[in-house]
Design a protein around this ligand. Structure first.
Ligand code: URA
Length: 284
């Protein structure tokens, strides 16, 4: 819930001190403040061309279909900032260099509000790369992805098919800083982080990619369809920096499964298919 000065709720009547006004807002469920006048930030961006994303995802079975190359969601970012994240990302030759580049990057406003940069967790030699949406409060505090309640469920989901971050899985997100109040990352924030995410995939060079949740799936697959449509299917993720296309599957986000446990059976099916593919990989 957000609040402007003109919020239509009854405020404490006698002249309260600032702390009690703040307490009143918090008790009313307010977790974000906005200005008196609306600002249309999309109008300012509409004139800018969307930066082209190089990698492209194709449906792997039964017949490959080329997915349009536009980034999703298709809202342009400030070209200078995304150009600079692309430039910084391309210069990185190792995961350590990429981590340093992300930690030093100041072009994404999310960083201003975050306590820590959340880069990744898991085995950098893993053949499975898991990509989620955005760090939450626990992740922001610990500097690691998926360490809160939904992270515990993700660990159980991976564990149910013999995967875990200590040995054979590597976990990251499509943005590296916690959005204030756990809101969804905006299109602009995602576009700014994308060059780092794409380079992250190239440098890890996974054999399989698992995308958890709608924002991760639609961004990485460059496909605006919802997670219900995208989950449980194989796509190919291609990038000039990868030696071969990487099979990729999307599934439901654990936070969603905690709210809608009846959907767990679909996630279970997805994970079984994922494990089957994992078992079919040629040993390294
Ligand atoms: N949800 C995500 O998508 N990523 C995290 O790191 C934590 C929660």
């Amino acid at each position: 819930m957000s609040v402007s000065n003109s919020v239509g709720m009854e405020k404490p009547s006698s002249s309260p001190d600032l702390a009690s006004v703040l307490r009143w807002y918090i008790d009313a469920g307010v977790d974000e403040t906005i200005g008196d006048e609306p600002v249309n930030r999309y109008a300012a961006q509409a004139a800018q061309p969307a930066p082209a994303l190089q990698p492209v995802a194709t449906v792997a079975t039964p017949t490959p279909i080329t997915i349009p190359r536009s980034p999703v969601p298709a809202v342009a970012a400030a070209p200078q900032s995304s150009a600079s994240s692309a430039h910084l990302a391309q210069a990185c030759k190792t995961l350590d260099e990429l981590r340093v580049a992300v930690e030093s990057y100041d072009g994404c406003a999310l960083k201003t509000f975050a306590t820590r940069t959340v880069f990744a967790d898991g085995n950098p030699k893993a053949r499975v790369m898991v990509i989620g949406e955005a760090p939450g409060e626990d992740e922001d505090r610990q500097g690691k992805p998926f360490v809160g309640v939904s992270g515990k469920l993700l660990d159980r989901m991976l564990g149910s098919v013999g995967l875990d971050r200590a040995t054979n899985a590597y976990i990251t997100n499509i943005v590296f800083w916690r959005p204030p109040g756990n809101r969804k990352p905006t299109a602009e924030e995602i576009v700014l982080c994308m060059p780092f995410v794409q380079r992250h995939i190239e440098l890890l060079d996974p054999a399989l990619l698992l995308l958890v949740g709608g924002p991760s799936a639609s961004t990485i697959l460059a496909n605006p369809q919802g997670i219900t449509k995208l989950r449980g299917k194989w796509f190919d993720y291609e990038s000039p920096g990868l030696p071969r296309p990487v099979p990729v599957m999307a599934t439901f986000h654990p936070a969603y499964l905690l709210r809608s446990p009846q959907q767990k059976r679909f996630a279970w099916r997805d994970l079984l298919m994922f494990r089957q593919k994992y078992d079919s990989l040629t040993p390294v």
